[in-house]
Each structure stands twice: as structure tokens, then as C-alpha cells.
Ligand binder design. Structure first.
Ligand SMILES: CC(=O)O[C@H](CC(=O)[O-])C[N+](C)(C)C
Length: 301
């Protein structure tokens, strides 16, 4: 990853490209995750809408075809690319800030310092992540919820604005912060830590093999989601619930515990983890390839 100021714009562009790679490879499993997380709780004696990941996958294909798995992808492709761009940019800025706080000694940052820099990026991304996720989740569930209220992301944004103004579009912001500050810390510290561990002494981590980059990127995704899954469940519930269902995040938490218990906090973990490895392996490979391309066009000073 770029370590000096002049490379920050490259991190922005390369992160955006990495984000596109992550969406294309991971969206079907993201759809399954959101559908599992938000399906209605069955009445006593009634079968649940989906019994698990495989059931949700086969029912989606049966009723909606493969296109059903790619529902709502327009929003993440246009939204996730800037989010990842901002995320990688934020991490680069965060590293500069930590380096500056240490007196710019030029020493390698520790994993804790990398975690702090990653956490900072989670604050930046929330500005576009929170509304992006609200729209994405509503579009992803609308077919399985049995009604078609929104005709795409722009229509969804307009309707949310008409119903409740900017507050409605930004519903779920606190939970997005609770998810993305620690998760982004784990993401970037995890990636850098694994790269360091895989780099033989005296060698440059940027010369690692494609296999090693894929492994480090995939594991970064796993680390991210180990931390993120519980707040993500609460966030998806809050963001997809009809207006007035919950009074705040304590209320969502109490509802999940009452209806599903502690297991409810891990709903959708199987598709999350199945997606996390390949999507983030592709993301970091795309990122590293883009950085190499940008360094070729504009060599580092
Ligand atoms: C929630 C999210 O987008 O997490 C990213 C990893 C993933 O699986 O998409 C990480 N990050 C927000 C740091 C880019």
C-alpha cells in the first residue's frame, strides 16, 4: 500500500477499482445475506421463509432466476466504488496522521497504529455507506417481502426523501459507524499484517505473489466481518423496518434478542463469510494491480 503523501490519490483510484472487483464477485452472496437477515419471523408452527443459505439461494433462482441474485447491484456498483475509493484514501490519510502524531520518524507503523488508521477510514466512508446501504437493503428485500415499491436506487432515494427527508435516507448511521470503525481497522491491519507475515525477511511486501495477495485480501475480508456481523444485523433490520417500528438502536437490539436470541445477531453469517473471502481477495488484487498501473503511468517521486 502507498506509504507517502504523493500516493494518496493513487490509493483513491486503486481503491475504487478494487471496490468494483469486490461487488462483481460478491453481490449474489450479499443478496442472500440481506434476505436472511430481514426475513419475517415465522408465526408459531409456520415454516420460515428460508431455512438457510442454500434454501435462500435455490428459492431466489427458482422464483426470480439468476438476475434475482444481482438485484440491487446498480446501487453498490455506483456506490461501492466511491466507498472503497474513500476507504483506501481514508486509510492512507489515517496512516499519515498516525505517522505525523509519532513525529514522522519514518518507522514502520505497528498493527495497532494501522488499526487506528483503518478505523479513521470507517468514519469517512459512513457518509456515503449509510444511505447507500439503506437503499441497497430496501431494494434487495423488496421481492422477497412480496411488494415492489421502488423502481431502482434513484426512485428509492426520492421516495425515502419524500417520506422522511434526509433523516430517512440516513437512517442507520450510528449503527454503520459502530460496524465500520472497528471493522475497517481490522480490515486494513489484517491485510498489512498478513502481508508482512508472508514477506520473507529483507524482501519488499509489494513484490508478493498473486496467491499471497489473494490470501491476505481474503483474510482481511474475514477479519472485517468477524467484527462487523452483529452491528450489521442490527443495521439491516433498522434500515429495512417500516417507519416508526423502532425508537433507536437499543430497541432493535432488544427486538432481535426477543425474537431470535443471541443467534439472531449472527444471522446471515454463512453467506457473509462465503462472500467475504473471494470478494476481498479480488478487491485487493484489483487494488494492487491498479497501484502498479498508476505507478507505471506516474512513477513515485
Ligand atoms: C461493509 C464493507 O463494505 O466492508 C468492506 C469489506 C467487504 O466485504 O465489502 C471493507 N471496507 C468498508 C473497509 C472497504
Amino acid at each position: 500500500m502507498g506509504d507517502n503523501k504523493s500516493s494518496i490519490w493513487k490509493d483513491f483510484i486503486a481503491g475504487g477499482f478494487g471496490g468494483i472487483c469486490a461487488v462483481v464477485s460478491g453481490h449474489p452472496l450479499d443478496t442472500i445475506k440481506v434476505r436472511l437477515q430481514t426475513m419475517p419471523t415465522p408465526a408459531p408452527g409456520q415454516a420460515p421463509m428460508f431455512t438457510g443459505t442454500w434454501d435462500c439461494f435455490t428459492k431466489t433462482i427458482k422464483h426470480e432466476g439468476f438476475r434475482g441474485l444481482y438485484k440491487g447491484m446498480a446501487a453498490p456498483v455506483t456506490g461501492v466504488s466511491p466507498i472503497f475509493a474513500l476507504s483506501f484514501f481514508g486509510f492512507a490519510v489515517g496512516k499519515d496522521m498516525v505517522g505525523w502524531a509519532k513525529g514522522n520518524s519514518g518507522k514502520q507503523l505497528s498493527l495497532v497504529e494501522l488499526f487506528a488508521a483503518g478505523g479513521f477510514s470507517g468514519i469517512l466512508t459512513t457518509a456515503i455507506m449509510a444511505p447507500g446501504e439503506r437503499i441497497k437493503c430496501l431494494l434487495q428485500i423488496q421481492k422477497s417481502a412480496g411488494e415492489k415499491k421502488y423502481n431502482g436506487p434513484v426512485d428509492c432515494a426520492k421516495k425515502l426523501y419524500a417520506e422522511g427527508g434526509i433523516r430517512s435516507i440516513y437512517r442507520g448511521t450510528i449503527l454503520t459507524l459502530c460496524r465500520d470503525i472497528p471493522a475497517s481497522g481490522m480490515y486494513f491491519a489484517g491485510y498489512e499484517g498478513i502481508k508482512r507475515a508472508l514477506t520473507p525477511p529483507g524482501q519488499d511486501p509489494s513484490k508478493l505473489s498473486i496467491g499471497s495477495v489473494l490470501f491476505a485480501g481474503g483474510m482481511a475480508g474475514i477479519f472485517n466481518w468477524v467484527i462487523a456481523i452483529a452491528p450489521d444485523v442490527l443495521k439491516s433490520r433498522l434500515q429495512t423496518a417500516p417507519e416508526g417500528t423502532y425508537r433507536g438502536l437499543r430497541d432493535v437490539f432488544a427486538d432481535v434478542m426477543r425474537t431470535d436470541g443471541i443467534r439472531g445477531m449472527y444471522k446471515g453469517i454463512v453467506p457473509v463469510m462465503l462472500r467475504a473471502f473471494p470478494a476481498n481477495a479480488c478487491c485487493f488484487l484489483g487494488y494492487e494491480a491498479a497501484i502498479k498501473g498508476l505507478n507505471y503511468i506516474s512513477p513515485p517521486s
